[in-house]
Design a protein around this ligand. Structure first.
Ligand SMILES: Nc1ncnc2c1ncn2[C@@H]1O[C@H](COP(=O)(O)OP(=O)(O)OP(=O)(O)O)[C@@H](O)[C@H]1O
Ligand SMILES: [Mg+2]
Length: 256
């Protein structure tokens, strides 16, 4: 039986100065091994939703469970070591080499140096970078797309069961973006981890997601497979998203 990896029950979040809920009574159940994408316009609460999973933010109401365990009862630092987290800004340490950046948490956990070295090599291969060429470089000697790959490798270093990815390809050009999307699909397929990826690109959301969460003003408009969403949009907002994407398609067809 496939277990439930992440469960939200009536989760609400309101910031001190925000009048309305930015995450508004969200209920979700995500199975282990799913690749979930979260799609929504700017300010719809996507990042807030993600940050509540690793307790960078606390919900005002509701319960979040990981593999059946209420995360409010887990020490946040320990929790975060079990969850990989990749953000758009990558956040590599400039004065540390690529190998050192990837090995930050294994070092904190006092792994043996030989285990760290072989893990770094495995991870660099996994994200498509030659260890010989890259492990002793510094972040400034890498392109944006390569840095993003290092961010991904770092998040995978301790083999977390859950990976949170917040617009990881936001600042990357179209060609590299497609390459990275394909690599991410390959990595997800090989590792059997549960991925949650935030994007505001509908094509990316539908290409990567086994199921897609569509958020609008803090609420989940629809949570379903790409096919079902296209067949049966749940509301006006979802319909308009699909329509806008179709309009773009027609634009391209017109150029053929
Ligand atoms: N730390 C904070 N304090 C106060 N308000 C916040 C804070 N973080 C986010 N907000 C507000 O909460 C709402 C949701 O923000 P959030 O960052 O979750 O949106 P998002 O969907 O990730 O948007 P984007 O696509 O632009 O990244 C926004 O209105 C934002 O201004
Ligand atoms: Mg965001």
């Amino acid at each position: 039986m496939v277990s439930t990896a992440i469960e939200f029950s009536n989760v609400c979040k309101k910031y001190k100065r925000s009048g309305n809920y930015v995450v508004d009574h969200v209920n979700l159940s995500i199975k282990e091994g799913e690749f979930i994408t979260i799609l929504g316009s700017s300010g719809s609460g996507k990042t807030t939703l993600l940050k509540m999973i690793n307790r960078l933010y606390e919900p005002n109401e509701g319960i979040i469970k990981l593999f059946g365990e209420d995360i409010a009862t887990v020490d946040p630092v320990k929790l975060r070591r079990r969850i990989g987290y990749v953000i758009q800004q990558v956040g590599l340490f400039p004065h540390m080499t690529i190998a050192q950046n990837i090995a930050i948490v294994p070092m904190l956990l006092k792994w043996k140096q030989s285990k760290i070295d072989s893990k770094v090599i495995d991870l660099l291969f996994l994200v498509g970078l030659d260890p010989q060429e890259y492990r002793n470089r510094y972040p400034s000697q890498l392109s944006g797309g390569q840095q993003q790959r290092i961010g991904l490798a770092r998040a995978l270093a301790t083999d977390p069961k859950i990976m949170l990815l917040d617009e990881p390809f936001g600042a990357i050009d179209a060609i590299n973006r497609v390459n990275l999307q394909n690599e991410l699909l390959r990595i997800h397929g090989g590792l059997k981890k549960t991925f949650l990826l935030v994007t505001h690109d509908i094509n990316e959301a539908f290409k990567l997601g086994t199921r897609v969460i569509i958020m609008n003003k803090g609420k989940v408009s629809q949570f379903d497979t790409p096919r079902n969403i296209v067949k049966n949009p749940a509301d006006e907002f979802v319909s308009s998203l699909i329509l806008s994407s179709r309009e773009q398609e027609r634009f391209w067809e017109g150029l053929d």
